[in-house]
Design a protein around this ligand. Structure first.
Ligand SMILES: *Cc1c(COP(=O)(O)O)cnc(C)c1O
Length: 367
């Protein structure tokens, strides 16, 4: 089934039309005057940042955000001409390189602000300024505001295009921190305004906050995970990770399977070998724990996930044969394995499941 004979039959199909549909869905959730910043860090949460960015049209997507400068530079190099925002910390040389490429630094603290001001001594520099409204990670804190204001006022060629903050717990509607952060952000904006520093634009909401309707009219929303349908609810999954059975054997009862012999057959068993492993991002915590889809049925992982191989018990999949398609993530027949399912089986979040599908797994894009 593989189109290139030198490749193993393991790849991820990425449905770009589904991505466009998800962008439309998210844009449809935004209030009047608000626009979308599509967050495509970590190779678009593992989906393929360049191809997704090509699907972002200016009438739908105001900006694309990445974590790293090199991620934004790669998008520029691929011909993406939408405004780009770097959310991670940058030093002075990186800010210079960003400005050269027309990329906006999302300044995350006083050190980076000082670096941006230094660059702005010789040229115009537009930034988004991040405030820490309570997450305690990045952003200018309340205590650092006076210092930040002084720097901004002394840099006439620095333009603060937007002021933003990030929510720590928006995915938990019961967590009072979200409200506390929203309540803290307002006075910080007011303090900046009182010092003559205002920005035409603000952005606060991530996916969870956007889905909860917390975007204020006119604000932008920075949305990542919701564009990828992690649980198949509001938005659709676009990535389908598949492989094929490359070996199938029948083992007698009491036979060991895999490293450490962590699985032992209790009956005559059909054990299938799949050419995929933890080096591809199929988590080792799925050993004796995950399920895959074959012939529209679930089959359990039997034994330890190896670096390059996984063994599954297909005794209860009638007709299972070498060459059968195996779905690790995505749908087959009436069954679906979501990123959320893999995440809960491996004590993590869908973000990590997606972003750890390694570069060794080719992405195949369909329009
Ligand atoms: C990753 C990130 C986002 C997107 O978060 P999602 O939960 O994926 O929507 C938004 N803002 C910042 C600063 C981020 O780092």
């Amino acid at each position: 089934m593989s189109t290139l004979p030198e490749l193993r039959p393991t790849w991820a199909d990425v449905d770009l039309a589904a991505f466009s549909g998800n962008v439309d869905t998210v844009v449809g959730l935004l209030p009047e005057g608000s626009r979308l910043i599509a967050v495509l860090k970590a190779n678009g949460y593992g989906h393929g940042a360049v191809e997704l960015a090509r699907r972002c049209r200016a009438d739908r997507v105001a900006m694309i955000a990445t974590a790293l400068l090199e991620e934004s530079l790669a998008l520029r190099a691929a011909g993406i001409d939408l405004p780009l925002l770097v959310l991670g910390p940058l030093d002075e040389a990186q800010i210079r390189a960003a400005v050269d490429a027309g990329i906006t630094p999302g300044v995350v603290g006083p050190e980076e602000l000082a670096a941006a001001c230094a660059v702005a001594r010789g040229r115009d520099v537009a930034i988004h300024l991040k405030l820490d409204s309570g997450m305690g990670r990045m952003g200018v804190t309340e205590g650092e505001l006076p210092e930040a204001m002084a720097m901004i006022r002394s840099a006439p060629r620095l333009r603060v295009e937007a002021i933003y903050t990030h929510l720590a717990s928006a995915d938990d509607p019961g967590d009072p921190l979200t409200e506390a952060q929203l309540a803290a952000f307002g006075p910080m904006l007011a303090a900046l305004r009182a010092a003559g520093i205002d920005a035409p634009l603000h952005h606060v909401a991530n996916s969870a906050a956007t889905l909860r309707g917390l975007v204020r009219p006119g604000d932008f929303a920075r949305v990542g995970i919701a564009l990828f349908g992690p649980d198949g609810r509001v938005t659709r999954p676009l990535l389908r990770w598949r492989t094929e059975i490359v070996r199938l054997k029948t083992l007698p009862p009491g036979h060991a399977v895999g490293y450490g012999a962590t699985f032992r057959t209790t009956r005559e068993s059909r054990i299938a070998t799949l050419p995929v492993g933890y080096a591809d991002g199929y988590d080792r915590l799925l050993s004796n724990n995950g399920e895959v889809l074959i012939r529209g049925r679930r089959a359990p992982v039997a034994g330890a996930v190896s670096m390059d191989l996984v063994t599954v018990d297909v005794t209860d999949v009638p007709g299972a044969a070498a060459g059968d398609e195996v779905v690790l993530l995505g749908g087959q027949g009436d069954e679906t394995i979501t990123a959320g399912e893999l995440a809960s089986r491996t004590n993590t979040i869908s973000y990590e499941v997606f972003s750890r599908i390694s570069a060794r797994v080719p992405r195949r894009f369909s329009a």
